[in-house]
Design a protein around this ligand. Structure first.
Ligand code: COA
Length: 327
C-alpha cells in the first residue's frame, strides 16, 4: 500500500528533528558479566557495541517529551497542531502516551494519539501525519518514535538481551509543497500477520523471537519496500545519497544495502552505539546524522524499516536545511 502524499500545496515537509537517549550506557562487557556471551559474538553477529538503557526514573513518556521538545526547538519555529506517538512499549495500556506528551509540551487540546506497528511504527506515524496534513486537518504534526525495547527480553535470554536499547526520536512535519526539500515522498507500507509469532512479547520480560526467520524477512521486506518507494517517488536507486535503514542488526542492513546497490559510504548507521531502539531507530539516526554532518541538506534520502507484526515500510525525502527555515 502506498499512502497518498503531496496533494498540491499539502505535502508533508520535515521542519525539525530531535532525539533523546537515556544517559545510562550498557557495554557488551557489562552483559558478558551476567550472560553466556562475548563482546566478539555480539559485535560480529549484530554490530552492536553498547546501548542506552532507561532506568525506572525515565519513562517512555519522558523520552518522547525530550525528543519532541528538541524537534520543536531546533527546526523552523512552528507549533504542533497534532501529535502522533509510535511505540510498542508505552508506560501503560491506557490511556495513550500522546495526550500526556502533548500536554507536557504545552499543547493541551490538540489531537494526540498512539499507534503501534513494531519497529516500523515511525514510518506508519509519518504516513498518518502526512494524511492529516493532506486532508487539511492540521498544518503541523509532531511525530514521535519511542521505545524501551530493553524491557522486553527475559533478563537471562542471551539471544535477545544484547540486541535492544531504549530511546526516542521525533520530527515535526509542516504543510508545504511536494517539490521543496524535506517533502515526504509516497510512503510504502505493508504487513503480514502470518508472521506474528516470529517476534512476540505477551508481556514485558517474555520476548520470543525466531532470529533467523526475522533476519530473512527483514532483508526481503526492506529491500522490496525500498525499491517501491524509490519508484513511487520517481527516483532511481542510483539517485539515493543516503540510506537510512531501521537499525536492527548491521548484517541485515548490509544485506539490504547490497541488494539495493547502495555503497557503504551512502549507508547511515548508529547501531554500534544504540542497538535496536524500535520505533525510535530511524528518527534517532536522522537526528544523529544531521548533527554530525553525515546527512546534509540536499541529500536524497531513503528510509526503510521492518518490525514485529510483521510490518514494513519505506519512504523518501530530500534532506532539508533546518538551519535556514524558509521565510
Ligand atoms: N552469545 C553467544 N552465542 C549466542 C548468542 C549470544 N548472545 N545468541 C545466540 N547464540 C548462539 C546460539 O545459541 C546458536 O548456538 P548453537 O549453534 O549452538 O545452537 C548460535 O549462537 C547461532 O545462533 P543463531 O540464532 O543462528 O545466530 P544468528 O547468526 O542468526 O544471529 C541474531 C542471531 C538474533 C543476532 C540474528 O538472527 C538476528 O539479528 N536476527 C534478527 C533480529 C532482529 O532484528 N529482530 C528485531 C527485528 S525489528
Amino acid at each position: 500500500m502506498t499512502a497518498a502524499s503531496g496533494v498540491a500545496g499539502r505535502a508533508a515537509v520535515v521542519s525539525g528533528v530531535g532525539a533523546a537517549l537515556p544517559p545510562r550506557i550498557v557495554l557488551n562487557a557489562d552483559l558478558t558479566a551476567r550472560l553466556d556471551t562475548t563482546d566478539e559474538w555480539i559485535r560480529s553477529r549484530t554490530g552492536i557495541a553498547r546501548r542506552h538503557i532507561a532506568g525506572a526514573d525515565l519513562s517512555t513518556t519522558d523520552l518522547a517529551v525530550r525528543a519532541a521538545a528538541q524537534a520543536l526547538a531546533n527546526g523552523e519555529p512552528v507549533t504542533a497542531e497534532a501529535v502522533v506517538v509510535a511505540t510498542t512499549t508505552p508506560d501503560r495500556c491506557c490511556p495513550a502516551t500522546a495526550p500526556t506528551v502533548a500536554t507536557r509540551l504545552g499543547l493541551t487540546g490538540i489531537p494526540a494519539y498512539d499507534l503501534a506497528a513494531g519497529c516500523t511504527g515511525f514510518l506508519y506515524a509519518l504516513a498518518t501525519a502526512a494524511g492529516f496534513i493532506a486532508a487539511g486537518n492540521a498544518r503541523t504534526v509532531l511525530v514521535v518514535g519511542v521505545d524501551r525495547l530493553a524491557t522486553l527480553p527475559g533478563p537471562e535470554d542471551r539471544t535477545t538481551v544484547p540486541l535492544f536499547g531504549d530511546g526516542a526520536g521525533a520530527v515535526v512535519l509542516r504543510r508545504g509543497s511536494a517539490d521543496e526539500a524535506g517533502a515526504l515522498g509516497p510512503v510504502v507500507l505493508g504487513s503480514d500477520g502470518t508472521g506474528a509469532d516470529l517476534i512476540r512479547a505477551p508481556r514485558p520480560g517474555a520476548l520470543h523471537m525466531d532470529g533467523g526467520e526475522v533476519f530473512r524477512h527483514a532483508v526481503d521486506r526492506m529491500s522490496t519496500a525500498s525499491r517501491q518507494a524509490v519508484t513511487a517517488a520517481g527516483w532511481e536507486l542510483a539517485d539515493v545519497d543516503r540510506l537510512v535503514p531501521h537499525q536492527a542488526n548491521s548484517r541485515i542492513t548490509a544485506f539490504v544495502a547490497c541488494q539495493l546497490g547502495v555503497a557503504d559510504d551512502r549507508q547511515l548507521s548508529n547501531i554500534a552505539e544504540t542497538g535496536n531502539t524500535g520505533a525510535a531507530s530511524i528518527p534517532l539516526l536522522l537526528a544523529r546524522s544531521a548533527a554530525d554532518g553525515r546527512l546534509k541538506p540536499g541529500h536524497r534520502t531513503l528510509l526503510t524499516s521492518f518490525g514485529a507484526g510483521l510490518t514494513w515500510g519505506a519512504t523518501t525525502l530530500t534532506w532539508p536545511d533546518l538551519s535556514h527555515p524558509p521565510s
